[in-house]
Ligand binder design. Structure first.
Ligand code: NAD
Length: 493
């Protein structure tokens, strides 16, 4: 089966280059996808450009209607969509459903577009002069997404971009592109006109064609830090608005007063859920004090031993495989190399063998310090590194010195400590007794430092700002009898 591009509502296939799609749970190829070249991308941009005048002129209530219908369709078709995600990505079915429900929040937010696109009005700023501001679409928007949330991240971008009156070319991950095609078909079923949302598949060639096209006015990107940085540089050099969200290394601090059983539950859930392939996964545990570390680690290891790893379509499975064989081997390399770096492997996930697929067991590595590869790199697998510290101040300094700053969490029963943490910590998304603090759709999502390039966070209120240009109109309806020539600069006095 070849997964098609969707351009102006038409399925397009027949590219010179392409790649295989695997089921990571079996290692079998299940489909193939063509990679768009620059000419194919240009077709999609042309379709988006052609659809722009009609869509931006469509009444807001009619636009909002599309999102109400889309929400309903996503709810109804969730099982089908989750099955596609589990088959191409590997995450367990319940997790795929969770991803869909978080993406639906962005559709619900976008459905409020009549309110979100309101401008301001000041009457009588000078005698007989009024000023108002309006928000207009930026034009054609490129959305480039990673493999790890094949429906949620496309919804982070497309919902708000389209609600604001823009048209979109979406370039999903070439590893699991079917969910984006499914989404575009649901949008069409919900009443979105052809050409408003186009999907093209491909790799760097397709992305570069989007970044270099003058018709593309804004770029939303989510992926790894090196690519995010490069996308930001090339897009902004071409005069585009760019938000490029990158990788992460999220720390979970456990204070001596925390409930250690609850902290162990949270650490295991947040480190190993989705096999650690979440940009908000906890990858570093920071117990404050040796006593906390010594008590907490056995609780974590005990829970790890009970995790059921297997095919995500089995309802009993809690953790699925990694996305590719190459990624599994890379993750394994961090664990096998940890001891040589001076760390202590408490649970070695590479020791478990599996019959087929890209599975790896869960790992827990103690006595990790900055400077070790296992600490410095984003691993993006089921590996939890433990950095022991002696005080709250040391924990905060560790997190604030890390080049990544996507999410972090503190576990404590002390309100004063939690409040201080909120003030002291230099990270974009913070959890207090919440290990994966992904903001709800009415707030915006984004990290600091190397976790985001650009100045706008994604979805929520900041997305309305990102996907619109403001225009300010100063108006006067003078009495013709008072008209006169006046060469002075317009003044309000
Ligand atoms: P990736 O950077 O490899 O790919 C992301 C997108 O960029 C894909 O569409 C891919 O086709 C494209 N791409 C890849 N190489 C390119 C190149 N050289 N030039 C132009 N485009 C290129 O990321 P991934 O492996 O798909 O996803 C995992 C990464 O995404 C992790 O680092 C994870 O932390 C990050 N992520 C971040 C967030 C966030 O919100 N900050 C959310 C999800 C994932």
């Amino acid at each position: 089966m070849e997964i098609p591009h969707l351009i102006a509502g038409r399925e397009v296939t027949g590219d010179l280059r392409g790649g295989p799609i695997f089921n990571p749970a079996t290692g079998e190829q299940i489909a193939s996808v063509g990679f768009a070249d620059a000419a194919r991308v240009q077709e999609a941009i042309a379709a988006a450009s052609a659809a722009l005048p009609g869509w931006r002129a469509t009444g807001l209530i009619k636009r909002a209607d599309v999102f109400f219908r889309l929400r309903q369709l996503l709810v109804e078709r969730s099982p089908e969509l989750a099955a596609i995600i589990t088959t191409e990505h590997g995450k367990v079915f319940s997790d795929a459903l969770g991803e869909i429900s978080r993406g639906i929040e962005n559709v619900e937010f976008a459905a409020g577009l009549v309110h979100l696109l309101k401008g301001d009005y000041s009457e009588q700023v000078a005698r007989g002069v009024d000023v108002h501001s309006i928000k207009q679409p930026v034009g054609v928007v490129a959305c480039i997404t990673p493999f790890n949330f094949p429906i949620m991240v496309p919804l982070w971008m497309t919902a708000s971009a389209i609600a604001c009156g823009n048209t979109v070319v979406l370039k999903p991950s070439e590893k699991d592109p079917s969910a984006s095609v499914f989404l575009a078909r649901l949008f069409a079923e919900a009443g979105l006109p052809d050409g408003v949302l186009n999907v093209v598949h491909g790799d760097a060639e397709a992305v570069n064609a989007l970044l270099d096209a003058p018709e593309v006015k804004a770029v939303s990107f989510v992926g790894s830090t090196p690519i995010a940085k490069a996308i930001y540089a090339r897009g902004t050099a071409n005069g585009k608005r760019v938000q490029a969200l990158g990788g992460a290394k999220n720390h979970m601090i456990v204070m001596p007063d925390a409930d250690l059983d609850a902290a162990a539950d949270a650490a295991v859930s947040a480190a190993y859920g989705a096999a650690g392939e979440r940009c908000m996964a906890i990858s570093v545990l920071v117990p404050v004090g040796e006593a906390v570390a010594d008590a907490l680690l056995p609780k974590i290891a005990e829970r790890m031993a009970k995790l059921r790893i297997g095919d995500g379509t089995d309802p009993a499975t809690e953790m699925g495989p990694l996305i590719t064989a190459a990624h599994r081997d890379k993750v394994a390399g961090y664990v096998t190399g940890a001891a040589a770096e001076g760390a202590e492997v408490v649970v070695d996930g590479t020791a478990t063998s599996f019959d087929a697929g890209y599975f790896i067991g869960t790992s827990l590595v103690d006595k990790v310090t900055p400077g070790m590869r296992i600490y410095d790199d984003e691993i993006f697998g089921p590996v939890l590194a433990v950095v022991r510290v002696n005080s709250y101040d040391e924990a905060v300094a560790l997190v604030n010195a890390n080049p990544y700053a996507n999410g972090t969490a503190i576990f404590t029963r002390d309100g004063g400590t939690a409040k201080a943490f909120e003030f002291d910590i230099e990270v974009g998304m913070v959890g207090i007794n919440v290990p994966i603090p992904v903001p709800v759709g009415a707030f915006s999502f984004g990290g600091w430092r190397n976790s985001l390039f650009g100045d706008s966070h994604i979805y929520g209120p900041e997305s309305i700002h990102f996907y619109t240009r403001s225009k300010v109109i100063t108006s006067r309806w003078p009495d013709p009898s008072e008209s006169q020539v006046n060469l002075g600069f317009p003044s309000n006095h």
